[in-house]
Design a protein around this ligand. Sequence first.
Ligand code: NI
Length: 257
Amino acid sequence: MLIDTHCHLDFPEFDADRGEVLKRAADAGVKYVINIGSSLQGSINSVKLAKDYPNVFAVVGCHPHDSRDFSEQDIETVRSLAGFEKVVAIGEIGLDYYRNLSPQEDQKRIFVSFLRLARELNLPVVIHSREARDDTLRIMREENVKKAIIHCFGGDQIFLKECIDRGYLISFTCNVTYKKAGNIRDAVKAAPLEMICLETDAPYLSPEGYRGKRNDPSFVRILAQEISRIKGLSIEEISRLTTQNAREFFGLKLDEP
Ligand code: NI
């Protein structure tokens, strides 16, 4: 069994066939998915998905891209959403200095607010960090963050080492399969297996061979195969360990033993 720990099935790309996509994922062994809210409306829709589908869990928060328009009132709305039992973390939150779609000051302000909310609610955090390693690590240290997962990990070895030292989990997407992703495969090699989770970030980042098409949670299987090749372990072992990691980190209540 596999878990897709980060996808966006609330996006309009899935409006026509959401139920089918989840069924196909389950048939491929991806029995559970964690849907990530990336905006206020996305968080509301994530919780709705978790209510509608037994095998979906929700994460609520605000992507750094959307920080500009996020108010204190919106944070209160997220706080009330987080009270639903299938909400398993706050995210995705963080900093994105690659695209800078919101001013960096807004990104930092909202990031800190959400880290404090997560601590207050005793929930882990799902972190998005792009071209912003130093500020991400500094703010997380200042806010004394203990339980975090770094989503869509790139190939930054300095970032990797610091995250591992702090006990943050590392989450890899299907971009591990890309021809030019040698640095990300090196990160897979270096990361201890008990700290790795698997995700698609669907609809984005389809694996090699499917690029340009919509990604979906069933492709976690392709990612697991690639991780199994890199680590030199069976896919069963990779599935077992990464599922266990996700289950413990998010405190998932699953039907399986
Ligand atoms: Ni995402």
